[in-house]
Design a protein around this ligand. Sequence first.
Ligand code: AMP
Ligand code: MG
Length: 401
Amino acid sequence: MMELEVAVARILATLPPPVSERVPLREAAGRVLAKTISAPMDLPHFTNSAMDGYAVRAADVTTANAAAPVNLRLAGRIPAGENFGGELASGECLRIFTGSPLPHGADAVVMQEDTHLSPERTGEVLICDKVRPGENVRPQGDDVCRGTTLTATGDVLGPANISLLAAVGVREADVGRRPTVGLLATGSELREAGEPLGPGQIYESNRAALGPLIACAGGVPQCFPLVPDTLAATQTALERAFAGCDLVVTSGGVSVGEMDFVKTAFENLGGTLEFWKVAMRPGKPFVFGRWGEKFLFGLPGNPVSAFVTFLLLVRPALWRWQGARAVGLPAHPAVLGEPVANAGDRRHFMRVRVDEAGWVFSAGRQASHALASLAAANGLLNLPPGVALAAGAPVTVLRWD
Ligand code: AMP
Ligand code: MG
């Protein structure tokens, strides 16, 4: 039986290098950047006003206050998107708007709220407050300097990264191709929702969870029909899935029973089993296999086992397949709200609920078929064998999307 860290490292080391493709920037959200992008220009691109107001020379208004305003001659206006051709002379101001280029000669902007139009003399503005040089001005390059790395190979692009790239004129990005992930559920007892249940039959629920989890990890799930527990049906289903997909995720049929056909069927097709069984609870019978440049992730059938093994063993593989650098679930610090213990001999990934104040409680029954506690959970607590922790102990909780 393999330790989880070893199993994950083994899977990641087996994956092929990512394949990249170029996509329009608007389609790059959630994708893994394949090639570092540096800023092709400064941001802001030109020095501009941070306020609606008047561009001035700060030295002209050093004495300005509400009781004794300074009078400046209004020399024109600069709407956003336009430029002032000339140079602002001493004693003058220019009407300016947020984002308008700062005119030559000006070094500050007095906000509109600190000014009045002169009641007696048109074409003059009363400045009622002084400004420091640079005040209410956004200098060229103060956000991003040309040549700076904006986002690096292996980053997952989010809306904010994309906004930054768009702001410097980037139109396309090289990103890792998304894997097509075949999704099979094995088990003669399984029925589709809507079908009547005969004796001993249950509704299939793993594909419903795994499909969205695959999509959240950047994969494209492709759902296949239910697979009854025969060697022939399992083999045919695997063959079809491997023909059309980059990776295949199965649930069920990987335990020790004589009705568990996934491993044999996979080997009969020419696949190689890389390892079987991981020292974790839930999820021990997980199997990983290789079929040329394609891979099998055989998850146990119990719904919680399938969910947890996906998060800890398959999710990292999907991200790394696309070239992502960070592939583990995000770990958040929290504090135990009640004592917990693992008396078993395998690492327990306990379903927990972290409340808004950061206290951690068991999400309920921890058996590997118990879906209600999974639905109530928002994290997993990694409890090594033999560990007992008291209430108040600091812990880290693995969270998922
Ligand atoms: P197995 O891993 O095939 O031995 O299945 C373990 C348990 O999980 C059994 O109780 C199965 O009925 C159940 N199970 C297997 N696959 C699914 C599934 N896709 N949806 C819901 N329950 C399942
Ligand atoms: Mg089964």
